[in-house]
Design a protein around this ligand. Sequence first.
Ligand SMILES: NC(=O)c1ccc[n+]([C@@H]2O[C@H](COP(=O)([O-])OP(=O)(O)OC[C@H]3O[C@@H](n4cnc5c(N)ncnc54)[C@H](OP(=O)(O)O)[C@@H]3O)[C@@H](O)[C@H]2O)c1
Length: 387
Amino acid sequence: MKIILLGASGSIGSQTLELLEKYKNKWDLHGFSVGNRVEKIHEILSKFDKVKYICVKNKGDYLKLKKQFPNIKFYYGDEGLIKLINSNKNAYVLNALVGFVGLKPTLKALNNNQTVLLANKESIVCGGDLIKDLLKKGKGKIIPIDSEHVAIAKCLYGHDINEVESITITASGGPFYFLGKDEFKNIKLEDALNHPTWKMGNKITIDSATLVNKTFEIIEAFYLFDMPLEKINVVVDRKSYVHGFVKFKDGSVTLNVSKPSMLGPIDYALNLGIPSNGQFEDLEQNTLDKYELLPLDKEKFSVINNANTVILNKGTSGTILNAANEKLVNLFLNKRINFLLIYEFIDKIMNTTRFEKSRNYSQLKKIDSQIKERIEEELKNGSFINK
Ligand SMILES: NC(=O)c1ccc[n+]([C@@H]2O[C@H](COP(=O)([O-])OP(=O)(O)OC[C@H]3O[C@@H](n4cnc5c(N)ncnc54)[C@H](OP(=O)(O)O)[C@@H]3O)[C@@H](O)[C@H]2O)c1
């Protein structure tokens, strides 16, 4: 089977490559994309000799690389990602891009009736309705990679969704779970990047610290499992051992517990949604005595209530939330705003922007750009003060 890997230079991308090396008898890496980290290309090509297509972010890199590797067809930019997907419409697509840029490739692959192994949760947050339509109309499929959703899918394995009373995803609570909200203004970038249990790319690490990541995951669960909002719960496991659980109508509960590593969820996706033979490090025997589920403080982390807003309004509301967050996280990573401003600006944008029905990708793309530009302008003209 052939696979196209989007975001090969990232955290999920690198772990996927690690597994693809083990599964060379099953998977051929047909093509991949990197963003700015083009230096990764040499290393990947030295391990995978069936690669025919590569997409990079910038034209300058594209021009250099196509001379350097004449046997490979190169593409560049957002359109290049689409050309890469179209290079083999029978290939599976693993989308490990970060942010809104992942949406169009997901839509394209589903439109081509391809199966998407989806790490890019922003695709669902922004394009949930469009994705649902494509899944209904065509033969495309989505297999989740997010650990909580894989946990739920594993708990549901062999069950009908009608047997389910509720689903619960867990959060680690991030580095600031025990910090008072009045202390949030002193949070430094280095603190926010220091996640207690997971090692991930920078953007999702900040999303985990703000709890926007969990907000996104509730939306993701809503679309992936067709669960009404009131049946999706969040609890905290500080160790990230419990990833999720399902309560069935007969009163029984099935939990998914494993060490916090993305290799298991990626392996599940590469096994096309069938639980595999468990070749990963087991938890210690007495782990079950050790885990503790705690509540999430929804007043302190009130940003999580945006999941309700997006699920109730659907349409463009997810794109608006994502665009605001993506821009603000970028500003925070560049030390241009403080941590609290992420929350304040998200509230402002969500409270002052009109939600519409989502019509197509171009409409969402326009909204994404408008929101990001609006934040940049407000920041520059000082109408939003960076306290
Ligand atoms: N990391 C995890 O453990 C984890 C767990 C669950 C879900 N996820 C989700 O998986 C996705 C990927 O996360 P990650 O942590 O792997 O992110 P990451 O380490 O930042 O990697 C992101 C990848 O996307 C590429 N990229 C970014 N912007 C691009 C653009 N404009 N055009 C083309 N390529 C672009 C990056 O390329 P360069 O780096 O080369 O520029 C990199 O290959 C996210 O949606 C995240 O929420 C991640």
